[in-house]
Design a protein around this ligand. Structure first.
Ligand SMILES: *Cc1c(COP(=O)(O)O)cnc(C)c1O
Length: 219
């Protein structure tokens, strides 16, 4: 299986309203270039330093998405070029993104990460916290960030019913938040193992790594 073939297969079943983020974490530039040459322009990374290095080396018409957990003190290393930050889970982080974006005269799009999984290890905030945040005066003062939607990760399990329940929770949370803020448009959910289910549940953005680039080797 080649990267370009994998990409083509996934894109062939993708509805027009769903965006594919090619998750290239741990993969070498040569693999990313293969995806680029096949037409892919949106790449997702989960480490800021790795994303910044790849941004340096890759063509400049790529959109870079930060899909991992973001440490406040590292925002400055991506503020100049990042297109979408998926894992925003606090006002403090939004404030820092705003501050760093301002330095570059940019407005950075962000997604609020909602905790939908039962597992404790998954990051994210509750629907209630997200709605409070969205309605706060503090948020309206941040002119260099733009919250455009939500992101979530389902429990790592083979139980489809569990994953489906969690995806539906993210979709209904999105609907509630959209009533508060009609600008919201993006639901980032679905990975290699569950993107079809995620699309059926209302995803508008899937984050796919191993089904494009093959299994990751963390050694
Ligand atoms: C690694 C990662 C993915 C992609 O995972 P695959 O199972 O390889 O498709 C998606 N989202 C996040 C947040 C990730 O860290």
């Amino acid at each position: 299986m080649s990267i370009s073939k994998n990409l083509k297969d996934i894109k062939s079943i993708l509805p027009d309203h769903v965006t594919l983020v090619a998750v290239s974490k741990t993969k070498p530039i040569s693999d990313l270039m293969e995806a680029y040459d096949a037409g892919q322009r949106i790449f997702g990374e989960n480490k800021i330093q790795e994303m910044a290095d790849k941004h340096e080396q890759m063509p400049k018409d790529i959109q870079w998405h930060m899909i991992g957990h973001v440490q406040t003190n590292k925002v400055k290393y991506m503020a100049e070029f990042v297109n979408l930050i998926h894992g925003v889970d606090s006002y403090k982080l939004l404030k820092e993104i705003n501050k760093q974006a301002k330095k570059h005269d940019r407005v950075i799009d962000c997604l609020l990460q909602i905790k939908i999984a039962q597992e404790d290890r998954k990051f994210g905030i509750s629907a209630y916290t997200a709605s409070t945040l969205l309605q706060s005066n503090e948020l309206s003062e941040l002119k260099h960030i733009n919250v455009i939607g939500v992101m979530g990760m389902a429990t790592f399990t083979d139980k489809t019913t569990q994953v489906e329940k969690e995806f539906k929770l993210l979709k209904s949370t999105f609907n509630k938040l959209k009533n508060l803020n009609s600008k919201l448009k993006t639901i980032s959910m679905g990975m290699s193992g569950d993107y079809q289910l995620a699309i059926d549940c209302g995803s508008t953005m899937i984050r796919v790594g191993s089904s494009i680039f093959g299994a990751r080797n963390y050694n």
